[in-house]
Design a protein around this ligand. Sequence first.
Ligand code: UT7
Length: 332
Amino acid sequence: MNTITAAITAVGAYVPDFVLSNKVLETMVDTNDEWITTRTGIKERRILKDADKGTSFLAIKAAQDLIAKANIDPLEIDMVIMATATADMPVASTGVYVATEIGATNAFAYDLQAACSSFLYGMSTAAAYVQSGRYKKVLLIGADKMSSIVDYTDRATCIIFGDGAGAVLFEPNYEGLGLQDEYLRSDGVGRDFLKISAGGSLIPTTEETVKNKQHNIVQDGKTVFKYAVTNMADASELILKRNNLTKDDVNWLVPHQANKRIIDATAGRMELEESKVLMNIERYGNTTSATLPLVLNDFEHLLKKGDNIIFAAFGGGFTWGSIYLKWAYDKK
Ligand code: UT7
């Protein structure tokens, strides 16, 4: 009997139309285009302006894009995993609503939250379900409406984040393509360095928490940066060594798009040339759970069947890791 591997067989994405440029941010907080560009690599980000639309709106659009492009019958989808840090509501899974709205009514669905590593962890989960032989079509969506939790008077966070969504389909593969290896880690030492402190069971919502802006995301950027650089690079180097891959064996690095300097450090440790490092941070900023699928969608035309891709991410918690995946198709 052939071993089942779990391959990505389709990609879709969506970003809202509204562009928030560095120039406009200059009018909102004490910052400037030059600082943002040199410190982060970001030039603009997309914002979902409609106050009555949540993350599910972005997720549905991305999933529908995938379904249309790949010509899939949504009734065949077995499972929907919704990777997000900005669920529509604290209770009532966003993934469940999204699955129903896209017509995946034979699927079961749930949300998976690991901050900026949500999609990376979701890849592991989706692949495990497929490899086990239990399900054949697992839709993994990464979506975040970061603008719903960003304080646009805090220059340490508002310059970084943007809204967006991406989706991939995992299916069984019998040629050995798809997910090959993973190294996923987490460390609670990070809990206080990147968080929304209130609105959960520890500090429930009160007038006080609203007044103190405890429902917005805050970070100690310098500390997060330090941990991110070390851990993303360590994880990526480890996954190469463990799989006897040299830099020449790697076709592409698909890194979480949080800061170009973090990406450069990871690529540097892997000794990868710049042309193999896929980046769109300049246009979207950090879309949290959506960065990895947005990169796949933007560069899908470059990916060839059999290409060796290294994914890497780092996020709040802390959570981080690296995944080695063999691409399974040439774009038609
Ligand atoms: O996906 C995981 C989530 N987050 C991350 O991965 C973010 C990781 N951290 C970062 O990307 C970076 O730490 C930031 C982009 C957030 C900040 O860059 P930095 O190089 O670490 O800057 P810093 O916080 O050390 O600040 C350097 C200086 C400070 O001024 P002084 O004290 O040197 O006078 C800041 O006050 O830059 C100042 N500064 C700014 N200046 C203009 C901080 N934010 C800004 C700003 N515009 N937006």
